[in-house]
Design a protein around this ligand. Structure first.
Ligand SMILES: Nc1ncnc2c1ncn2[C@@H]1O[C@H](COP(=O)(O)OP(=O)(O)OP(=O)(O)O)[C@@H](O)[C@H]1O
Ligand SMILES: [Mg+2]
Length: 319
């Protein structure tokens, strides 16, 4: 664990008509907002037991167990419709679920969305959900305000709090502080959302496909940022991009048809014949495609690239 380094000073505000690309995420300043030496995060972990979600009798999530400890960067993968987003919705109070979801020893199931957030749980959505009419700075300040008392809000009025400045620097959007979030590039909106979770001081972050639509360089920067965040907080990333996963996941849970199919390191799940079957579909195709998931309605998931030093498994077995 590295010592926190102070954030570099914010650059002057600019208001370009279209947002310049910028230099991207500033990892050098990340520790200032991530709180590297903060003991609050030490004993956090997410414990999901027997999670079950139904939509009108259709079982979207079935008996899912998941344990993610602080310091782990866990990726949730699986074909379209596997139940990844529904799990995040259930944990954050958006989908009605049964079973148990505990974070830091607190039961989250049955709590309303805002009370889950207050317990230190933050999430992003597949489609970025920033306030499009507001500027980058306003979005971050509102998010930070949600974590501040009214007295502190009054005291701070007129100047951006330190943690907001630091978060802005970390996510590489300082030069766009006065730009409306609505005109940011897709990747920049995702970074803004991550910044909003950081200023809210979320200790469990659930990120739904954060790098979708990003350039290769942006993915790289995002992955490094997530590793830094994952060092200190509990982070779960839903992702389809296998190259991204291979480069940055410290552990992987594979979901299929609402259940956990496999779990382990990238190399372990990549070598699991059941995962090969789901991702390559060879056994299913040979047997005449047994897949019957309604409403998932999309193409087969991309094949898992081989982990470094691990041969690609070509044989398949029954799941
Ligand atoms: N509100 C809802 N009402 C009815 N069915 C739903 C609802 N939300 C999700 N589902 C269904 O539950 C299943 C799991 O959906 P979910 O969105 O969790 O999948 P996912 O793994 O996130 O997929 P993707 O990779 O496409 O984002 C799908 O079959 C989906 O159609
Ligand atoms: Mg989803």
């Amino acid at each position: 664990m590295t010592d926190p380094t102070p954030a570099t000073p914010a650059t002057p505000a600019t208001t370009p008509a279209t947002p310049p690309a910028g230099d991207g995420i500033n990892l050098a300043s990340a520790s200032a907002v991530l709180g590297a030496s903060d003991d609050r995060f030490r004993h956090d972990y997410l414990e999901v037991r027997g999670l079950h979600v139904e939509f009108d009798g259709f079982v979207a999530v079935d008996s899912v167990d998941l344990t993610v400890v602080q310091g782990d960067l866990r990726f949730l993968i699986g074909p379209n419709g596997a139940g990844k987003t529904t799990i995040v919705d259930a944990i954050t109070g958006l989908a009605k679920a049964s079973g148990s979801v505990r974070f830091g020893g607190t039961e989250l199931l049955g709590r309303k969305v805002h009370r889950v957030a207050r317990a230190g749980v933050g999430r992003t959505f597949q489609t970025a959900s920033v306030f499009e009419e507001l500027t980058v700075l306003q979005n971050l300040d509102i998010a930070a305000g949600a974590a501040r008392g009214p007295r502190e809000l009054l005291r701070r009025r007129g100047s951006a709090p330190e943690n907001v400045e630091a978060a802005m620097e970390t996510i590489g959007l300082t030069h766009l502080r006065d730009v409306q979030a609505g005109i940011l590039a897709h990747g920049q909106k995702q970074w803004l959302e991550i910044g909003m979770l950081l200023v809210q001081d979320a200790r469990l972050l659930l990120l739904d496909e954060p790098v979708a639509g990003m350039s290769h360089a942006e993915r790289e920067q995002t992955g490094l940022l997530l590793q830094r965040i994952g060092d200190q907080r509990t982070v779960v990333v839903v992702e389809h991009d296998m190259e991204f996963l291979r480069a940055f996941a410290s552990s992987v849970t594979v979901l299929h048809m609402g259940s956990v199919l496999s779990e382990g390191t990238y190399a372990e799940v990549q070598a699991d014949p059941r995962v090969q079957e789901v991702y390559l579909g060879t056994a299913g195709a040979a047997r005449g495609a047994r897949r019957s998931r309604p409403a998932s309605g999309t193409a087969a998931a991309p094949a898992l690239p081989a982990a470094p030093g691990v041969p690609t498994t070509t044989t398949t077995t029954e799941a």
